[in-house]
Design a protein around this ligand. Structure first.
Ligand code: HEM
Length: 193
């Protein structure tokens, strides 16, 4: 997937995260994220890259099957197809970024941007949408579970030994938890993150 052609994908062109790299390092330690996880994620990236469309079909199917989630892509109960499609392209890129990008300042900054895009500060703005004005934080956290549970069969498709699949899956879980945690920053009161 080519970055620059994805509408609204502004990796490397966003303002600085209020979270420091030192704080990120402590968060990584807290979710037991190690250099082994970096390697396992790189391998997961190779396995998942050719499957992103199928993965997104599963995730969008999950959202579409739950009106309380679909409402965030909707206006007056009517899903916005353009908005769904534009976000889908960036979601696909996120899968690859999560697995293959270095977790450096650019990565940290884009995590903050994605967090903002889930809150009333920036939701809808990137795509000129008129859907619900924010995604409630409780679902951001809860979504870690389906995103982690549903990725396992795709990791198994790579033909790797079961132990390696487990390593990739564990690394994915840590990475998704790390990012969802960073995304919670703009939701919480100043000084309490
Ligand atoms: C945007 C992932 C939770 C709805 C995005 C993007 C990604 C993403 C990668 C696009 C970022 C970009 O603009 O580059 C995730 C992950 C979640 C999560 C990893 C939880 C761990 C949720 C939940 C909902 C949701 C629970 C509710 C249905 C949306 C919407 C957008 C979006 C509506 C577009 C926001 C905008 O207007 O810019 N999400 N998401 N997300 N997500 Fe999530």
């Amino acid at each position: 997937m080519e970055h620059s052609s994805i509408p609204g994908y502004t990796y490397g062109q966003v303002s600085r995260s209020p979270v420091t790299l030192d704080e990120l390092d402590l968060l990584k330690q807290t979710v037991l994220f190690s250099s082994d996880d970096v390697a396992a994620l790189a391998q997961a990236g190779q396995v998942l890259a050719p499957q992103t469309d199928a993965i997104l079909d599963v995730w969008y199917g999950f959202v579409g099957a739950h009106p309380h989630l679909l409402r965030y892509f909707s206006l007056h109960g009517q899903p916005d197809g353009d908005y769904l499609a534009r976000v889908r392209a960036r979601f696909g890129q996120w899968i690859l970024d999560l697995c293959t990008k270095p977790y450096d300042q650019d990565w940290l900054d884009y995590q903050h941007e994605i967090g903002l895009r889930h809150t009333s500060i920036k939701k809808n703005a990137t795509d000129g949408a008129a859907a619900e004005p924010l995604i409630h934080l409780r679902y951001l956290t809860a979504f870690i579970v389906p995103l982690t549970a549903t990725i396992k069969p795709f990791l198994q498709n790579g033909g790797h030994a079961e132990a390696q699949v487990e390593a990739m899956h564990a690394a994915w879980f840590k990475a998704v938890t790390l990012t969802a945690t960073l995304w919670s920053y703009p939701y919480v009161k100043e000084g309490q993150f």
